[in-house]
Structure formats: structure tokens, C-alpha cells
Design a protein around this ligand. Structure first.
Ligand SMILES: *[C@@H]1O[C@H](CO)[C@@H](O)[C@H](O)[C@H]1NC(C)=O
Ligand SMILES: *[C@@H]1O[C@H](CO)[C@@H](O)[C@H](O)[C@H]1NC(C)=O
Ligand SMILES: *[C@@H]1O[C@H](CO)[C@@H](O)[C@H](O)[C@H]1NC(C)=O
Ligand SMILES: *[C@@H]1O[C@H](CO)[C@@H](O)[C@H](O)[C@H]1NC(C)=O
Ligand SMILES: *[C@@H]1O[C@H](CO)[C@@H](O)[C@H](O)[C@H]1NC(C)=O
Ligand SMILES: *[C@@H]1O[C@H](CO)[C@@H](O)[C@H](O)[C@H]1NC(C)=O
Ligand SMILES: *[C@@H]1O[C@H](CO)[C@@H](O)[C@H](O)[C@H]1NC(C)=O
Ligand SMILES: *[C@@H]1O[C@H](CO)[C@@H](O)[C@H](O)[C@H]1NC(C)=O
Ligand SMILES: *[C@@H]1O[C@H](CO)[C@@H](O)[C@H](O)[C@H]1NC(C)=O
Length: 637
């Protein structure tokens, strides 16, 4: 465009001149100034408005002016001429300055500073350039405060009830308030929700917004959570601050009523703590009436004093069983609601055993014990000897027959109610069986050594308790445990004693028993060499060797007898000539020779089955005794 000025035709001069003017006045000057469109600053802080300009190379600016624009007129507030700065006497005096890069700073900004500022750069013949920046002042509003309507809101309310008020103070510019229920935003609607907002401009110029939420509530809103959010713009971005979440008290009538029985276990037992609980779903809870229905010819109701529909029966009795009724009256619907529950208290009583103890019996007698009780359900009865003893039987009766001393003791009847855990009782009766003394024969043979001190033991049982006397003098020690008496006699072994032995006698009013104790000298030479080791009890070993000796003797005698009989038979037959010497049944009966031994064994087996078994076991073949006996008979025929 500047080149057009070189045109030489006079007719075009005007046009050229117009163009030239247009070029300078229309901003086509060589000075380009660039400013930010908007600068935002928080109230009270320092605003910085940078001013950039570019000039052709090797040229310099002449001046820089800063203005603000107010209702289209501009006011110079600061300028710089040839490196010198001047502050104009305006409202900005003292608050403005320019940094080295020509950035204008305004300190302690006020709401009035929210206006447009112009940076003008002059560079002599190059012209003048300018650009402008809008200064935005903002103030973050205070976090929103929520005030919930704590009076409680009836669901039946005619008008749309007030829920809460939300206030956010001192913001700039004016912020917005949005309401939320359970996290979802609420919008104005004609029938259910109404939001009333007010904006107050404070004397400071800041805005305080408040918003009141009106909304219809339902039963379910007792769990709803409301909150409000304040939203504002900051540096071109949306910001929000949220209030705390609140819930409202909702009033609604009782629709469902129930009467609940609470007890330690489903089956209520006498003595349990039982709670009857009227539970209605209204808010506030209604007034409850708790009644007991008296069953009978005419069902009547008895009022029970309860607090808030709760009745605690601390130690429930069987008389507390029955039908309970909870009643409430709803004032809104004018309807009465009822709920009932049945309480049945399980019991167990009147436990007794007949005949009553203590029971005295004579040995050999019999007795039937009967256990009786009453309960709310079928009873289970168990008999035991002593409380922790083993089970003797089930059912009402326990029969004892042919009793012995050992039958003495406590017989316990345990009763429990079927299907009611923990409801049981027990009772016991003492049975004493009188018997004459019995002495344990175990101690009748005592191995001793000459002259040693020996302790002889006599164990007797009887009821009444027996007294034990010894036939000789010595040191006696007695131990008595119920009907067992143990008496120890310590004496020195003398030849006379070895010969006479010792007698112990147990006596009670029913009779006397005695035991003769033989003292036997312990000798090592007469006994056969021990098979096992020598630690085995001497008495047992002695018995064993005697037994085995007896067995051997019997076996030998039987063998001799059999051989003799066989010999006699064979001899007889031979003499008669019925059997030739060379064919003794061999052709008739093809029996292997080994079997002949078995035949011998069978003869014995008739008389001594145990030994036969033993000997059979020694043979490799096992066959039934009868089988072989038959063959033996065959052979003879
Ligand atoms: C003002 O400055 C902005 C940003 O640098 C630029 O885009 C714009 O063209 C300038 N306006 C004038 C009239 O120079
Ligand atoms: C001014 O110039 C500086 C440096 O060249 C640059 O960083 C800044 O963005 C410029 N500002 C404007 C408003 O053009
Ligand atoms: C305030 O709400 C209106 C309408 O929803 C919206 O247009 C405006 O941008 C909001 N202002 C702020 C500061 O969020
Ligand atoms: C709000 O709800 C909580 C828990 O759900 C409850 O403890 C509190 O009492 C309720 N407050 C009101 C005013 O209903
Ligand atoms: C009684 O018991 C004794 C010893 O236990 C026994 O000998 C007797 O035969 C029993 N009598 C009856 C009738 O059972
Ligand atoms: C039987 O019961 C009574 C009373 O409980 C007790 O004193 C006695 O020792 C019991 N007798 C036996 C033999 O356990
Ligand atoms: C036992 O000793 C008493 C005196 O302590 C005496 O009178 C009695 O004869 C003695 N009996 C025997 C069997 O030795
Ligand atoms: C009797 O003697 C036996 C063994 O000889 C002993 O175990 C027991 O404790 C004694 N009893 C008394 C009452 O001295
Ligand atoms: C005695 O016999 C037992 C078992 O029969 C055995 O354990 C023990 O070692 C034997 N003792 C001696 C001294 O032989």
C-alpha cells in the first residue's frame, strides 16, 4: 500500500493521498502493539497487564501511554517519554507502576478496576500503535453453607415443603447455586420442586447468593441426602464448591405393624428373658398398646404396661404363655392396626423319683424305680448310675433285679424336654444293698522267704461296712472306702506261720466270711527252668508249669493207652488169622501213612477238644474232627 504513493499521475494524487492516510490511521502504522484480551486478578491482589510492541529494526519508541476507558472516554493514568515515567493524578495514583518490559501493574485492585486498559506506543514518523486489555476482577465465593429444615417434614404436607437453604457469601462475579438429591441435580418443576434464589449485592460490591429448595418428600426420602453446590467462573474455567450433605426428618404414618418376640433361643424356656417388641414402620413411631389376650369362655384383653411398645419379661413363667396383641392408632389415616404373636413357654416341673430314697435292699432283691415329671412337650427320661455314670436305660422305669453290693449307689434320673435344648432337670435316689462280706480270694497264696517281714492283704466288701480281724497278732493297717475294706497285716515269717497259715475274717451284721492265706516258701530249685524271663509273677509261673506238667502227663498216658489198645487189637486179629500180616488194610484203604498219626489224634480229640485243636494246628492239613472220626470207624469195619 505504501508503494502506491510513488505514482506520478496528478489525477490519482487524491486517491493516493486517501490511501496513505488510510494506511496510517487504519493501524497500518509500523508500530504493532499486542496485549492480552483479558487479564484476571483476584480482588486485593496486584494486576499485571503486559504490553508488547514491535518496531522496525533500528528504530525506537518515543512514548508509551496507559489509559483506562470508562464510558467511552479514556483517561491517561501513566506514561513514559524517552525513558522517563510519569504518573497522572487520577484514582490510580500510587497504585500503578510499569515494569522494565512495559507491563503495567496495578496493586490492591478493587471491583472498580474491572474495566479496559489501553497501551499506546508512539514512535515518531513510524506512527502510533495501541491495543487494549480487559481487566477482570474475581473473588472466590465462600464455601456454601446449608441449613436443613430440622422441624421434620410430613409426607402429607399440602404445600411444597421447605427442605433447606444454601448460602454462598462474597463472591464476584455472582455465582450460581445448584441443588442435588442423592448426587443428582434438581431442577425447578411446577409440582414437586421449587427453587427460590436471591442475589444480594453487598456494600463491598461482592455478591451473596442464597437459594431455598422446596420439594415434596416421600417415605423413601428419610434416607435421601441433599446438598448444594456453588459454581463460579475462574480464569475461564468452571469451578464448584459443594456443601456438606444433609438428610431430612420425614414424617409418615405407620403402614405395617409387627409384634416380635425375642428370646435367647427359638424355644422359650421357663426362666429365659423374653422381650416383646411392637414394631411399626411409621415416623415418628406411633403410640403402642400391648395387650395379652386372655383365652377362655370370653376372650378378654389385659393391658400391659410397656415402654414404647417394648415389654421385657425377665424370668418368663409358663403362665406367661399365650397370645399377645399390639395395637396402634394412626391419626392421619384414622385407622387402627393390630399385630399378634404367640408366646409359648416350655417348662419342666414336678420331677420326682418313687420310691423316695434312701432305699435299703438285701442282696438278691429287686426294685423298680419310677421317675415322673410334667413338661410342655414329650419328655425324654434317662437313667444313670451316678450323675456322670453310664446310661442304664430310657423311660420312666428302671428295674433293678437280683441286686448285689455293687448295685449300691445313687441312681439318677435325667429328664429333658424333647426339642427344647437346655431344658433339663435331674434327681437321684440312693440305693444301699446290704450284703454279707465277700473276701477277694486273689491273695490266698503268698510267696515268702524265711524270716522276712511280709505284708498280707485282705480285701472285703460288704454293707454295712465289715470289720476285719486276723487270726494272729501283727501290725494291722486298715483302709476303708465306702463298702470296701482293705486290711494289711505285717508279720514276720516263722516256721509256725508257714505251717499254720493266716486267716482273715470279715464280719458285719449279715454274716462272716473268712480267707485262709497260705504262705509258701519261695524256692528256685524245684521249679523247672523258666521258658521266658524271670520277671514274671512267681505265682503265675508256678501255675503255668503245673498246668504244662499236667498236660504232658495226660498226653503220655493217652498215648500209652492207645498203643496198648492197638497192639491188643492187632494181636487178637493176628491170632484169629483174619488179617494176614502182610495186608493190614493197605489194599482196601489207600491212605497215606502220615494220616495214621491223625487217627491217633482223633481218639484224643473226643476227650480233650482243646488239645486236639492244638495238635491239629500243628499239622499242615486242617480238617473237621467229625470227618476224620468217621474214617477211623471205616477202617475198623
Ligand atoms: C491486539 O493484540 C492481540 C494479541 O496480541 C492481537 O491479536 C490483535 O491483533 C491486536 N489488535 C490490534 C488492533 O493491534
Ligand atoms: C509479549 O512478548 C513476550 C516475549 O516475546 C511473549 O512471551 C508474550 O507472550 C507476549 N505477550 C503478548 C500479549 O503478545
Ligand atoms: C449460572 O447458571 C446459568 C444457567 O444455568 C449459566 O448459564 C451460567 O453460566 C452459570 N454461571 C456460572 C458462573 O456458573
Ligand atoms: C441423617 O441420617 C443419619 C444416618 O442415616 C441419622 O443418624 C441422622 O439422625 C439423620 N438426621 C436427620 C436430621 O434425619
Ligand atoms: C443272682 O446273682 C447271683 C450272682 O450274680 C447269681 O448267682 C444268681 O443266679 C442270680 N439269681 C438270679 C435269679 O438271677
Ligand atoms: C450319692 O449322693 C449323695 C448326695 O449327692 C452323696 O453325698 C454321696 O456321696 C453319693 N454317693 C455315692 C456312692 O456317690
Ligand atoms: C495277741 O496278743 C494279745 C496281747 O496283746 C494276747 O493276749 C494274745 O494271746 C495274742 N494272740 C495270739 C494268737 O498270739
Ligand atoms: C496294703 O499293702 C498294699 C501292698 O502290699 C499297699 O499297696 C496298700 O497301700 C496297703 N494298704 C494299707 C491300708 O496299708
Ligand atoms: C522279659 O520279657 C519281656 C517281654 O516278654 C521283655 O520285653 C523283656 O526284655 C524281658 N526281660 C528280660 C530280663 O529278659
Amino acid at each position: 500500500m505504501a508503494r502506491s504513493g510513488a505514482a506520478g499521475r496528478p489525477g490519482l494524487l487524491l486517491a493516493c493521498g486517501l490511501l496513505l492516510w488510510g494506511a496510517t490511521a487504519g493501524g497500518a502504522s509500523k508500530v504493532e502493539v499486542s496485549l492480552l484480551e483479558v487479564v484476571e486478578v483476584e480482588l486485593g491482589q496486584t494486576a499485571r497487564i503486559p504490553c508488547n510492541f514491535s518496531l522496525p529494526e533500528a528504530s525506537d519508541y518515543a512514548y508509551i501511554n496507559w489509559f483506562y476507558i470508562d464510558k467511552r472516554s479514556r483517561t491517561k493514568i501513566y506514561y513514559m517519554v524517552r525513558g522517563q515515567v510519569f504518573e497522572v493524578d487520577t484514582e490510580y495514583k500510587g497504585r500503578v507502576a510499569m515494569e522494565d518490559d512495559f507491563t503495567l501493574t496495578i496493586s490492591r485492585v478493587t471491583l472498580q478496576d474491572a474495566r479496559t486498559f489501553v497501551c499506546q506506543v508512539g514512535a515518531g514518523s513510524l506512527g502510533v500503535g495501541e491495543n487494549r486489555t480487559k481487566l477482570h476482577i474475581y473473588k472466590t465465593p465462600e464455601p456454601p453453607e446449608i441449613q436443613v429444615n430440622d422441624a421434620g417434614i410430613p409426607v402429607t404436607s399440602k404445600e411444597i415443603p421447605k427442605i433447606a437453604v444454601c448460602i454462598s457469601k462474597n463472591g464476584f462475579p455472582a455465582p450460581n447455586i445448584t441443588w442435588y438429591k442423592n448426587g443428582s441435580p434438581l431442577w425447578q418443576d411446577d409440582t414437586k420442586i421449587s427453587i427460590l434464589s436471591t442475589l444480594i449485592k453487598e456494600s463491598s460490591g461482592l455478591y451473596t447468593v442464597s437459594s431455598t429448595l422446596f420439594a415434596r418428600v416421600s417415605r423413601e426420602d428419610r434416607q435421601s441426602r441433599f446438598h448444594c453446590a456453588v459454581s463460579y467462573c475462574l480464569l475461564g474455567a468452571d469451578q464448584t464448591a459443594v456443601s456438606e450433605k444433609v438428610n431430612v426428618t420425614v414424617f409418615y404414618s405407620t403402614e405395617k405393624l409387627s409384634l416380635v418376640i425375642r428370646s435367647p433361643q427359638p424355644q422359650v424356656r421357663e426362666g429365659d428373658e423374653v422381650t416383646l417388641h411392637c414394631e411399626g414402620d411409621g415416623n415418628p413411631p406411633p403410640e403402642y398398646n400391648l395387650l395379652k389376650v386372655q383365652e377362655g369362655a370370653q376372650a378378654e384383653e389385659k393391658d400391659l404396661t410397656s415402654s414404647n411398645g417394648v415389654l421385657i419379661l425377665r424370668k418368663v413363667k409358663k403362665e406367661d404363655s399365650g397370645r399377645y396383641l399390639c395395637r396402634t392408632f394412626d391419626l392421619d389415616s384414622m385407622a387402627s392396626l393390630e399385630a399378634t404373636a404367640e408366646l409359648s413357654v416350655n417348662y419342666l416341673e414336678g420331677l420326682k423319683i418313687t420310691p423316695e430314697g434312701p432305699i435299703q435292699l438285701q442282696q438278691g432283691e429287686g426294685l423298680a424305680l419310677t421317675c415322673d415329671a410334667r413338661g410342655s412337650k414329650p419328655l425324654e427320661l434317662r437313667w444313670k448310675k451316678e450323675k456322670k455314670g453310664k446310661l442304664l436305660g430310657h423311660g420312666k422305669q428302671l428295674k433293678l433285679s437280683n441286686v448285689t453290693l455293687e448295685s449300691s449307689g445313687n441312681y439318677s434320673c435325667e429328664v429333658s424336654v424333647a426339642g427344647v435344648p437346655g431344658l433339663s432337670r435331674s434327681k437321684q435316689v440312693y440305693v444301699a444293698v446290704h450284703a454279707k462280706p465277700q473276701i477277694s480270694p486273689k491273695d490266698s497264696l503268698v510267696p515268702v522267704k524265711q524270716n522276712e517281714l511280709v505284708t498280707l492283704m485282705c480285701r472285703a466288701t460288704a454293707l454295712p461296712e465289715p470289720t476285719i480281724t486276723w487270726s494272729i497278732n501283727g501290725t494291722v493297717q486298715n483302709h476303708i472306702d465306702h463298702h470296701h475294706v482293705i486290711s494289711n497285716l505285717t508279720v514276720q515269717v516263722t516256721p509256725e506261720l508257714l505251717q499254720s497259715g493266716v486267716t482273715c475274717m470279715a464280719t458285719n451284721k449279715l454274716g462272716t466270711s473268712s480267707l485262709h492265706i497260705t504262705l509258701q516258701l519261695r524256692t528256685t530249685t524245684t521249679s523247672p527252668p523258666p521258658i521266658g524271663n524271670t520277671t514274671a509273677e512267681p505265682i503265675k509261673k508256678e501255675q503255668k508249669t503245673q498246668e504244662s506238667k499236667g498236660v504232658i502227663i495226660v498226653a503220655v498216658i493217652v498215648c500209652i493207652l492207645v498203643i496198648a489198645v492197638l497192639g491188643a487189637v492187632l494181636y487178637f486179629l493176628h491170632k484169629k488169622g483174619k488179617i494176614p500180616c502182610n495186608r493190614t488194610g493197605k489194599q482196601d484203604i489207600t491212605r497215606p501213612d502220615a494220616r495214621k498219626d491223625e487217627i491217633v489224634v482223633e481218639v484224643k480229640s473226643d476227650k480233650l477238644p482243646e488239645e486236639a485243636g492244638l495238635l491239629q494246628g500243628a499239622n499242615s492239613e486242617k480238617r473237621p474232627a467229625g470227618d476224620q472220626a468217621e474214617k477211623y470207624i471205616d477202617l475198623r469195619n
